[in-house]
Unconditional design. Structure first.
Length: 113
């Protein structure tokens, strides 16, 4: 795992004046899990990212980009267009009932988007 996410998260801790224990408490993840993430020994999953975003009061999407779960935007809007085009292509390949299921999954994955 890249240390970029850990570096960013350390900056956020400094900016908020929080310890690792405080972020763990506010995000609902264990101090041990947070320590492994900050040391580069573990990649954060979607639930951990959601907890960190909630604690920091920033969009989940931003934390997902920082964690490498979603790609960083290189040019304003260009990455979004490419992602949306790929989503549409994949959705068009599904049966109607599977599209509805996929749409529901996306809503559950990203409830605050």
């Amino acid at each position: 795992m890249s240390t970029l996410f850990a570096d960013w998260l350390y900056q956020e801790l400094d900016m908020h004046g929080w310890t690792q224990a405080e972020l763990a408490r506010r995000s609902g993840i264990t101090p041990a899990a947070l320590s492994r993430i900050l040391s580069g020994g573990r990649n954060p999953g979607v639930e951990v990212v959601r907890g960190i975003a909630r604690a920091l009061k920033i969009p989940t999407e931003e934390v997902m980009r920082r964690a490498g779960i979603l790609p960083m935007q290189t040019e304003a809007g260009e990455n979004d267009r490419q992602v949306m085009q790929e989503i549409v292509r994949q959705m068009e390949r599904l049966r109607v009932e599977d599209r509805q299921y996929a749409a529901e999954l996306l809503k559950r994955l990203f409830p605050d988007v």
